[in-house]
Design a protein around this ligand. Structure first.
Ligand SMILES: C[S@@+](CC[C@H](N)C(=O)[O-])C[C@H]1O[C@@H](n2cnc3c(N)ncnc32)[C@H](O)[C@@H]1O
Length: 229
C-alpha cells in the first residue's frame, strides 16, 4: 500500500527526550547514529547544531517542507484535544502537563521543519521505508535507534519486525528500540518473537529507560553483536 501523508499524524520528540529514552551517554552522542522512523523529531537538527552525526530515515521525507508543515498544522488541534481527553493514560513526570507537551512537541517539529531542506541536501534526512534495505554499508553506524515506531506498531507483524531489525543490525553495531509496549500500552505482541529470533546470534536485553510517558513504557530493547571472547 502506498504511503500517504494524509494517514500520518506528525509527532516529534526532542534531543533531551531521545537522550532520556535511550540513556544516551556523551560517548554515545559522539558516535555515528542512524535513527529509523525519525519523522518530525528535532533530534537530528539539535545534534547537528552540536556538530554530532545523525542520519534520520522516514517515509515522510519524500514530501516537501510545505506539505509537511501543512500536515503538522492541520492535525495539531485534534491531537492536543485527544491528549486532553486521555490525560490519565499518561505519566506526567518527564513532561509536567498538556500545555508543556504542546510546547515541547510544537517546538521540536518547528526545529525539524526549519532544518528539513538543508538536512535533506546534506543527506541527513533520507526517504526510506522499513523493512526495505538501505543504501548504507555493513556496520557503517555505531548505533541505530527506533523511537516510537518498531514494537509500538505491533500490528505490522513479526515478519515486518524481523526484516526491519535485520537491516538495522546489518548497518549498525548496536540498536535500541523504545518503547517495548504497543499502542494500547501493553507489552508488544511481537517482542517475544523478536527476542527469540535474534538471541542466538546477538546479545539481546531489555534495559530500563530514564523516560516514561505511556504508563509502564519505561524500558527499551537493546540488540548488539556478540563480542568475541
Ligand atoms: C510516532 S512517530 C515517531 C517519530 C520520532 N521517532 C519520535 O519519537 O519523535 C512514527 C514515525 O514512523 C514513521 N513510519 C511509518 N511507517 C514507517 C516505515 N514503514 N518505516 C519507517 N518509518 C515509518 C512515521 O512516518 C512517523 O514519522
Amino acid at each position: 500500500m502506498a504511503f500517504e501523508l494524509k494517514n500520518v499524524v506528525p509527532w516529534g520528540r526532542t534531543l533531551e527526550e531521545y537522550t532520556k529514552i535511550f540513556k544516551l551517554t556523551d560517548s554515545d552522542l559522539d558516535n555515528r547514529i542512524i535513527s529509523f522512523g525519525d519523522g518530525p523529531a528535532s533530534f537530528n537538527s539539535e545534534m547537528t547544531k552540536l556538530d554530532k552525526t545523525v542520519v534520520s530515515l522516514d517515509p515522510i521525507y519524500q514530501f516537501t517542507k510545505a506539505k509537511l508543515k501543512q500536515r503538522i498544522d492541520e492535525t495539531k488541534e485534534t491531537v492536543m484535544e485527544q491528549m486532553r481527553t486521555n490525560q490519565e493514560k499518561f505519566v506526567w513526570k518527564n513532561i509536567k502537563n498538556v500545555d508543556e507537551l504542546e510546547q515541547i512537541r510544537m517546538g521540536a517539529m518547528s526545529n525539524f521543519i526549519n532544518d528539513f531542506e538543508l538536512g535533506k541536501e546534506q543527506q541527513r534526512y533520507v526517504y526510506h521505508e522499513l523493512p526495505n534495505s538501505t543504501k548504507y554499508n555493513t556496520q557503517e553506524f555505531d548505533l541505530g535507534l527506533s523511537s516510537h515506531f518498531l514494537l509500538l506498531y505491533s500490528q505490522l507483524g513479526l515478519d515486518f519486525h524481523i526484516q526491519s531489525i535485520t537491516e538495522m543490525l546489518r548497518i549498525s553495531k548496536e540498536i535500541r528500540i523504545f518503547p517495548i509496549l504497543n499502542l494500547n500500552a501493553v507489552r508488544s505482541e511481537v517482542l517475544e518473537g523478536v527476542i527469540s529470533h535474534f538471541e542466538s546470534d546477538f546479545d539481546v536485553k531489555i534495559e530500563s529507560s530514564d523516560y516514561e510517558f505511556q504508563k509502564g513504557g519505561n524500558e527499551m530493547l537493546i540488540i548488539k553483536r556478540k563480542s568475541i571472547k
